[in-house]
Write a protein that binds this ligand. Structure first.
Ligand code: UDP
Length: 493
């Protein structure tokens, strides 16, 4: 991509923007992509993070872009964490989560000092650093909130807070319709995050986050107009602040294979991906199902068994990204299963972490089973895949509504209950339910074909959105123009 294509008229007005990611993989990945988009537009970019988190993206930003990373030492000893455990991921033991938050709190004065020293024109802050809005105000610069979530999910939360329709139903499984949204979306109380059902510490944090959003200059989303246009307008109107969709961010900046493989992951050995690639390259176009549940999830053994049986009896070829629990019975079941599907060449298991962007763009992939993590939903738009939706935690159930009811490119597996990311919950989806949903998505019949066509149309729209004149490209130019205007007003030349 020719950098000059992105250069904004006035070189004397170079913007300086600081990005402050949260310490979890799925928040770091898109905000770093976004920082790279700003850098492409000739913005002077600094990302502030801790040592281990910087290692997750350092090589991708070192290739070809002028972005600085300011690395801070995480106070592991002070909070009683082993060195290097400072990222929320599927490997974070539940008792360590509060310690990561405590470490972040210790780092706050250092970050505030950095904001002052760096003399930036704007702070783009992850939603989970709500205090940055006050710091930005003291410095007289705009703060933009980054949500690693869909616009629809923010509108849904706002609707529930305003109208409290979920408190008016008789029981947790009774359906209600979200009030005032552009589409008629039905949910149950069981599908809402626990903090919305019963106030807890997280509810207090979310209140502070929401207050900080209202005081911000605006919000940036990894989305695009053709995907969530109705909700962008709704957000602006109801939440009362500006918002800019700048996605799909992954497609905008990750062009070569190394970018795609290293995104959010330390590559340990060269050629780590070759096995799956060789396997996939032998498969027919659109014939393989990709099954993955993001960076945070771990399933209990009985759920893994159900998934394994469903995949095998569905008859479709599959790649399954799976995490072990080190439970003895499960280990032997999974080992036998892996041996069997390897032998029949029907399935390929990737343990732990997969180069998702690379896999998804392989022509053999025809559909996916997804937990509806927002990054994954948007990444599936890059390539136009229909999906089996299997929401688990965070805002996944809202995202499922977008995929299934609004965009009509997904089939629900039928999960009924929200659970915490680091708990198993009590719900086990049966092999029959899983197999049935897979059948619809992978089948060549009318329903599957319709979803595939709509997904392809969205993929085409996504590609246009980030090109010159496209919706996200225009949003980016408009945001930079507004930030430059603010800078000019602050420092008359
Ligand atoms: N991801 C990946 N390989 C994996 C698991 C996840 O590359 O094995 C990436 C995926 O492409 C996405 C992010 O990690 O960008 C996961 O974010 P998402 O919002 O989908 O889910 P979460 O991790 O928050 O549950």
């Amino acid at each position: 991509m020719d950098r000059s294509e992105y250069q904004i008229e006035d070189d004397n007005l170079k913007l300086k923007v600081i990005f402050l990611p949260f310490l979890s993989i799925s928040h770091i990945i898109p905000i770093v992509d976004m920082a790279r988009i700003f850098a492409m537009h000739d913005v002077d970019v600094t990302i502030i993070t801790t040592t281990s988190n910087a290692a997750l993206f350092q090589s991708s930003i070192s290739r070809g872009q002028n972005i600085r990373t300011h690395v801070m030492k995480f106070p592991a000893e002070q909070v009683g964490l082993p060195v290097g455990v400072e990222t929320f991921s599927a490997d974070t033991p539940p008792d360590m989560s509060p310690k990561i938050y405590a470490g972040l709190e210790i780092l706050r004065p250092e970050i505030e000092n950095l904001f002052k020293e760096l003399q930036a024109d704007c702070i783009v802050s992850d939603m989970f650093h709500p205090w940055t809005v006050d710091t930005a105000e003291k410095l007289g610069i705009p703060r933009i909130i980054f949500y690693a979530a869909s616009v629809l999910s923010r509108c849904a939360v706002h609707s529930l807070e305003q109208h409290e329709v979920h408190t008016k139903v008789e029981c947790d499984s009774e359906k209600f319709t979200l009030v005032g949204l552009p589409h008629e979306l039905e949910m149950t109380r069981l599908q809402l995050p626990d903090w919305m059902r019963k106030p807890n510490m997280y509810a207090m944090l979310m209140k502070v986050v929401n207050d900080s959003a209202r005081k911000s200059f605006g919000a940036v989303f990894n989305s695009f107009h053709e995907l969530e246009g109705d909700y962008e307008e709704h957000y602006k109107r109801v939440c009362g602040t500006k918002c800019w969709s700048l996605g799909p961010v992954s497609m905008w900046v990750n062009h070569d294979d190394l970018d795609k493989v290293e995104r959010g992951h330390h590559v340990k050995t060269q050629g780590e991906e070759e096995g799956w690639l060789e396997w996939l390259n032998k498969k027919k176009e659109g014939s393989v199902l990709y099954v993955s549940f993001g960076s945070l999830n771990r399933f209990p053994s009985d759920q893994l068994v159900e998934i394994a049986h469903a995949l095998e009896s569905s008859g479709y070829d599959f790649i399954w990204v799976v995490r072990k629990n080190n439970d003895e019975g499960e280990n032997s079941f999974m080992e036998e299963f892996e041996e069997r599907v390897k032998g029949s060449k029907k399935g390929y298991l990737i343990w732990g972490w997969a180069p998702q962007l690379l896999i998804l763009e392989n022509r053999a992939i025809g559909g996916m089973v997804s937990h509806c993590g927002w990054n994954t939903v948007v990444e599936s738009m890059n390539v136009g895949l229909p999906m089996v939706t299997w929401p688990l935690f965070a805002e996944h159930f809202f995202n499922e509504k977008l995929v299934v009811d609004v965009l009509k490119i997904g089939v629900p597996v039928g999960t009924k209950e929200w659970r915490n990311w680091n708990e198993f919950g009590s719900e086990v989806v049966t092999r029959e339910e899983i197999e049935k949903a897979i059948g619809v998505v992978m089948d060549g019949g009318e329903e599957g074909e319709g979803m595939r066509q709509r997904a392809k149309a969205l993929s085409n729209a996504a590609k246009k959105a980030i090109k010159l004149g496209g919706s996200s490209h225009n949003n980016m130019m408009e945001l930079i123009r507004e930030l430059k205007e603010l800078k000019l007003r602050r420092k008359p030349q």
